[in-house]
Design a protein around this ligand. Structure first.
Ligand code: E4P
Length: 223
């Protein structure tokens, strides 16, 4: 399963990229707003740092505006995936972009039917928002299961990847991986939590304490 970071924060992107953890980035207008400044600078920098797919979202709601914006966004780099909303105009733009070989991420997916239509329109990625479904008392992960089942059906040849979005905690990640989601996009805080386990910390503290004891008998010892 690929891991994308769901942020426009350059510090986090550099931090996790240096660890070799990032296959790509997803952004949206809210994430850009959170960082402040001119989003153009962030988009330019992110597409330079990350070699994998970087989803940059259009803000037009009608087809021709989406097409213009998508083409402008693609100027940031060959790795730019144009992110369009799951609307009739978004699907039309998805069809046009994908026919021109421009990859598209269809965002704000909340049902299997929406995922099916986005795949039909040629999306490279569909982004089901599982956390927001959980928030309203629906089972977000069940949606991932349903989409996986449909996309894997032996009678179809769907190449669209399931990009699990709106991830809230590490359990979401394990569950998505068990289902066989293609990608999860994670807020930096979730990726931070995935690295931690109390027993790792206790174990390391003990190793270091024992090493100090060993050295106290012979200060010349070194690795
Ligand atoms: C996905 O591409 C979206 O940017 C994101 O995952 C939305 O998450 P949220 O529900 O935490 O805003």
């Amino acid at each position: 399963m690929k891991i994308f970071l769901d942020t426009a924060n350059l510090e986090s992107i550099r931090k996790f990229n240096d660890m070799g953890l990032l296959d790509g980035i997803t952004t949206n207008p809210s994430l850009m707003f959170k960082e402040g400044g001119n989003p153009k600078d962030a988009m330019e920098e992110i597409t330079k740092i990350i070699k994998g797919d970087v989803s940059l979202e259009v803000v037009s709601t009608e087809y021709s505006g989406m097409m213009e914006e998508g083409k402008r966004l693609r100027q940031y780099g060959e790795n730019v995936v144009v992110k369009v909303p799951m609307t009739p105009d978004g699907l039309k733009a998805c069809k046009s972009f994908s026919s021109e070989g421009i990859p598209v991420n269809v965002t704000l997916i909340f049902s299997a039917n929406q995922a099916l239509l986005a795949a039909k329109a040629g999306a490279k990625y569909v982004s089901p928002f599982i956390g927001r479904l959980d928030d309203i008392g629906q089972d977000g992960m069940k949606l991932i299961e349903d989409i996986r089942k449909i996309f894997d059906h032996k009678h179809y040849e769907i190449k669209t990847q399931i990009l699990v979005a709106s991830v809230r905690h590490p359990v979401h990640v394990v569950d998505a991986a068990k289902i066989g989601a293609d990608v999860v996009t994670l807020p930096p805080a979730v990726l931070d939590k995935m690295m931690l386990h109390p027993l790792t910390k206790i174990g390391l503290d003990n190793f270091l304490a024992d090493w100090d004891k060993l050295k106290s008998g012979n200060p010349d010892i070194q690795i």
